[in-house]
Design a protein around this ligand. Structure first.
Ligand code: AMP
Length: 115
């Protein structure tokens, strides 16, 4: 399945609803439908990148913007004691939606190593 055809591309096009917390021309952030922590937000590029391995040097600024958006949202969500940022990549990485996304997780103590 190409990135153009995922549930996230439908959220970008507003074809299906989402609890959107941030949006600009390049980036969209919305609450995960199946939260794994009190705060669980997904930050995605509007550009249809399948996963991190598909990104190139051309996407450097966009990748930086995804992380800075995560940091900004963490501040807004008052995750002052810390949080976790995760990018699952590929099947072995636990990725299930093949449109690049950054998970912002917080509001509870995280374990390590991740499962
Ligand atoms: P990953 O396993 O890293 O690919 O993460 C995909 C995430 O997308 C999971 O945490 C899902 O709960 C979440 N998800 C799937 N469909 C939706 C949706 N319609 N709205 C919000 N989050 C979703």
């Amino acid at each position: 399945m190409s990135a153009e055809e995922t549930v996230f591309s439908k959220i970008i096009k507003k074809e299906i609803p989402a609890d959107i917390v941030f949006e600009n021309e390049r980036v969209l952030a919305f609450r995960d439908i199946n939260p794994q922590a009190p705060v669980h937000i997904l930050i995605i590029p509007k550009k249809p990148l399948r996963d991190l391995s598909e990104a190139t040097a051309e996407d450097s600024a966009l990748l930086g913007e995804l992380l800075l958006t995560a940091s900004k949202l963490a501040q807004e969500e008052k995750l002052d004691d810390g949080y976790r940022v995760v990018i699952n990549t590929g099947t072995e990485g636990g990725q299930t939606v093949f449109h690049l996304h950054v998970h912002l997780l917080g509001g509870r103590r995280m374990g390590w190593p991740p499962g």
